[in-house]
Write a protein that binds this ligand. Structure first.
Ligand SMILES: Cc1cc2nc3c(=O)[nH]c(=O)nc-3n(C[C@H](O)[C@H](O)[C@H](O)COP(=O)(O)OP(=O)(O)OC[C@H]3O[C@@H](n4cnc5c(N)ncnc54)[C@H](O)[C@@H]3O)c2cc1C
Length: 392
């Protein structure tokens, strides 16, 4: 990890207290033997690592939902402390995806609701590391056009819905207790009306979770519901008004925060690869990597500015978020392309299979950043549309 480069901005972005918070988190992570836990959390060679035991330890230290109010199990800190926590998780090589999905995205959506009963029901258990939730939105033919979703929830008595449908491309559902699922609860002239968000217990009868074969490091899961009975108390937000909640919460996924971290990892991998090569244009390549580092810093500034804005206004500027997401994912692609064009893979395979494997993994994963949470084309369309609205 290129820690020095990454930290040059801290004096500018963080208050003294926030820099102290970073040190506290670093000390706590250093004091734990996470590596041993991680080693034992991978059942078979090709299995993904299950980070829940580590998250539980982080929760016991009061850090898992550090930015949530104390009444919901947090420490009442800001989104910036949350960003610091994620950065340090990655520095400590703790898998962060489940944390980002469950605490940042799903927890963030529940926090936005007006309903304090729902917050009390779900958030403390999540902050304590007892309950993890994945996101079940996408379906075949309902990805970019999410409102075309077909999974159906039918009311079967006063208290329960029955759910049938098939969700695709979810991450980490195999480790989760619940899936935050977008379902259709009524037919309407508008496809945006009649969508409801509901938390479906993933160990319930009628739920089948299976991996979707792919080249990525993190395996996508298909989740099939066959007449699964779910209490109406598990509805998140308002019945039939889920589209509004999804749209509001999607902006969390577009702050660029997790993309900055991916870019940082990518630059570290390339630096590591270069340590095992002596290329004729090495100096030029190092210059280009430094330039990518400056662009990465630009994304980090955008991301922190969005988080600070959210902290202040409880809303995110949609144009800025689309720009941050687009810029970050396109930058990650440029860096991967640069690696492909400039590294000597034959030499690398002879000198460091670790560096080669890390690059190969990133090569398979990075294209996904242009698709998840809204594709690059959708971001451009959004930016153009929002600007047009302002001018018009
Ligand atoms: C890493 C990763 C993690 C994910 N995690 C989850 C998860 O946890 N839960 C979940 O529910 N889903 C998840 N997804 C799925 C993700 O939300 C979808 O991949 C995404 O919405 C795109 O949908 P799609 O794959 O069906 O592609 P499509 O919607 O078919 O798009 C394919 C291409 O067509 C373009 N396109 C589509 N419509 C238009 C248009 N109107 N104008 C211009 N171009 C267009 C898109 O930009 C894209 O390039 C994840 C995906 C990835 C890559």
């Amino acid at each position: 990890m290129n820690r020095d480069l990454f930290q040059t901005l801290d004096n500018y972005l963080l208050t003294d207290q926030q820099q102290q918070f970073r040190q506290q988190v670093q000390e706590f992570f250093r004091s734990q033997n996470f590596w041993n836990i991680l080693k034992n959390s991978q059942l078979e060679k090709n299995d993904e690592i299950d980070p829940r035991r580590i998250y539980k330890l982080i929760a016991e230290h009061g850090l898992l939902a550090v930015h949530w109010p104390q009444s919901f199990g947090g420490q009442g800190k800001t989104m910036v402390e949350l960003a610091i926590l994620v950065e340090e998780m990655i520095n400590a090589e703790i898998p962060e995806t489940l944390f980002i999905l469950s605490i940042l995205f799903v927890g963030g959506l529940i926090l936005l609701l007006d309903d304090s009963q729902q917050k009390e029901k779900w958030l403390p258990e999540m902050a304590a590391g007892n309950c993890f939730v994945s996101i079940l939105y996408s379906e075949s033919g309902a990805g970019s056009d999410l409102a075309a979703l077909k999974t159906r929830a039918t009311k079967i008595n006063d208290e329960e819905y029955e759910i049938t449908g098939r969700k695709l491309y979810s991450l980490k559902s195999q480790f989760c207790d619940y899936g935050l699922c977008a379902v259709r609860t009524r037919e309407s002239d508008s496809k945006y009306d009649g969508i409801t968000l509901i938390l479906i217990p993933l160990r319930a009868e009628g739920v089948c979770i299976k991996p979707i074969p792919s080249m990525t490091k993190e395996v996508f899961q298909e989740v099939i519901f066959e007449k699964v009975k779910v209490s109406e108390k598990n509805i998140v937000g308002k019945l039939n008004e889920g589209w509004l909640a999804i749209s509001k919460a999607l902006w969390f996924e577009r702050t660029g925060l997790d993309y900055v971290l991916k870019i940082n990892q990518l630059l570290s991998i390339l630096t590591h690869c270069l340590e095992h090569q002596s290329l004729p244009n090495q100096a030029e390549i190092i210059n280009q990597l430094l330039y990518f580092g400056v662009k990465r810093d630009a994304v980090r500034i955008m991301s922190y500015s969005l988080l600070n804005q959210y902290q202040k206004d409880k809303a995110i500027d949609e144009t800025k978020a689309s720009m941050a997401k687009w810029y970050a994912s396109e930058l990650a692609m440029q860096i991967i392309q640069f690696g492909i064009e400039n590294l000597d893979f034959f030499k690398l395979s002879q000198q460091s299979t670790v560096a080669l494997d890390a690059f190969a993994m990133a090569y398979r994963d990075i294209p996904g950043t242009r698709l998840s949470a809204g594709s690059s084309e959708m971001m451009l369309e959004m930016i153009a549309g929002l600007q047009f609205k302002k001018i018009g």
